[in-house]
Write a protein that binds this ligand. Structure first.
Ligand SMILES: C[S@@+](CC[C@H](N)C(=O)[O-])C[C@H]1O[C@@H](n2cnc3c(N)ncnc32)[C@H](O)[C@@H]1O
Length: 204
């Protein structure tokens, strides 16, 4: 074999064997990116009696599916599964919250109804859900509107403390918590979402 043929053979061999390594590296990079993405809002748990009130307001039914977007320690999905017997999925971007949620689901023995997934909530298709629970920030609620507009008619969205600018709530409930933090507000919207009228400047 001449020098050129040997070199070609070596390069071909390298190309073939490096494909799996390149794939491994790409997978690892994807995993690292997933780990590195910072949450859009810090973790603050909803007091348990506020969770109870949110689910009561949403009128959760046994045959429904609830999503908690940014599930923290999983208390909303665990409560929905335990109290209402419905299916519930908690999504969080932070691996520490995922670990806590999975432990919470296990501790409360609701593995058959409650699932936890590490996902960025802004990438989710929400259309299968009947009830969405939120404890995020006003601007994050607004960012979710295009996804929430794809919910089935009659779906409910409940938000702890934060409104959704541009969308008229059905109800806003003031709630005094005995479990923590004093005064809370709970917003309820039902789909299809009702756009609030833009305020027109008064003339004269
Ligand atoms: C204020 S906590 C609410 C926790 C829980 N829902 C509750 O009410 O107790 C907000 C949660 O959203 C998560 N989060 C922030 N940005 C997120 C994103 N883009 N995708 C998924 N989860 C996110 C945080 O990690 C945090 O656990």
């Amino acid at each position: 074999m001449n020098h050129f043929a040997r070199l070609t053979a070596v390069l071909l061999c390298l190309a073939v064997t490096s494909v799996p390594y390149a794939q491994d590296a790409a997978d690892k990079a994807a995993q690292d990116t997933k780990k590195a993405r910072e949450p859009d809002v810090i973790y603050v748990p909803t007091p348990q009696d506020v969770v109870d009130k949110m689910l009561e307001l949403a009128k959760v039914q046994k045959d429904e599916l609830l999503y908690d977007l940014g599930c923290g320690d999983g208390r909303i999905v665990v409560t929905a599964a335990k109290k209402y017997g419905c299916h519930a999925v908690g999504y969080d971007i932070d691996p520490r919250r995922i670990k806590e949620s999975l432990e919470n689901v296990k501790k409360n023995q609701v593995e058959d109804l409650a699932k936890i997934e590490q996902q960025d909530i802004f990438t989710l298709d929400l259309s299968a859900a009947n009830v969405i629970t939120l404890y995020l920030l006003p601007r994050l609620n607004v960012r979710l509107i295009p996804q929430l507009e794809k919910l089935k008619p009659g779906s409910r969205i409940v938000s702890h403390d934060f409104r959704m600018k541009g969308i008229k709530p059905d109800t806003v409930v003031d709630f005094k918590s005995k479990d923590g933090g004093g005064d809370h507000q709970i917003y309820l919207w039902t789909t299809p979402l009702k756009k609030s009228k833009p305020t027109t400047p008064t003339s004269g």
